[in-house]
Design a protein around this ligand. Structure first.
Ligand code: G3P
Length: 218
């Protein structure tokens, strides 16, 4: 399973990259706003700065919601760097734009997926990634991981090239359960990735090893 980090914070992206386990980055307008990035030039420069840190796969989301606007914005974002993946919302004109981008060699990530039907549409339109939001479904007492399982099972029956990119991953168990289901990619905050490191038996075991080594060498 590939790990993407879901942030626009350059320090966090560097930290995850330095850990050696990062395969990409996803951003969205809320994450860009959180970092105070506004204005077209600043946004483009920020995406370029992210691309300069990671090896590939930087999802940059369009703001336009009409076909012509999505295409214009997506083409412009894709020109920033070859690592850019254009993030397109699951709306009618978004689906049309996914088809356009896939026919014109621009990689896409279809976002705001909350049903299996939407995931099927995105795959048929040629999206490279489909992003179902686990945490936001859990927030409204709906089974986010259940949707992931449903999409993985549906995609397994066909020859879709679309990868399942589990998004809105809020904690380590979301991530582990995605891995159990064979999800292609999970995007999550840095805290979820580093949360995988922790186990009290690792900490106490290391403490004992180091103490015994010290005793033996003093
Ligand atoms: O980037 C999309 C998604 O990962 C957002 O997550 O936690 O805001 O629901 P969250």
């Amino acid at each position: 399973m590939k790990f993407f980090i879901d942030t626009a914070n350059l320090d966090e992206i560097k930290e995850a990259h330095d850990l050696g386990v990062l395969d990409g980055v996803t951003t969205n307008p809320s994450l860009m706003a959180k970092e105070g990035i506004k204005g077209e030039d600043n946004v483009r420069n920020h995406y370029k700065a992210i691309c300069d840190i990671v090896d590939d796969n930087v999802s940059a989301e369009v703001i336009a919601t009409d076909f012509d606007g999505i295409v214009k914005e997506g083409e412009s974002l894709a020109k920033i760097d070859d690592k850019i993946v254009v993030k397109v919302p699951m709306i009618r004109d978004g689906v049309k734009a996914l088809k356009y981008f896939s026919s014109n060699g621009i990689r896409t990530n279809c976002t705001l997926i909350f049903s299996a039907g939407q995931a099927i549409l995105a795959a048929k339109a040629g999206a490279n990634y489909v992003s179902p939001f686990i945490g936001r479904l859990d927030d409204i007492a709906t089974d986010g991981l259940g949707l992931i399982e449903q999409i993985v099972n549906i995609y397994d029956q066909y020859d879709y090239q679309t990868e399942v990119l589990a998004a809105s991953v809020r904690h380590t168990m979301h991530l582990i359960q995605c891995a159990e289901m064979g999800v292609d990619v999970a995007t999550c905050p840095l805290s979820v990735i580093t949360g995988l490191l922790r186990h009290p038996l690792t900490d106490s075991g290391l403490e004992k090893f180091l103490a015994d080594h010290k005793k033996n060498n003093s």
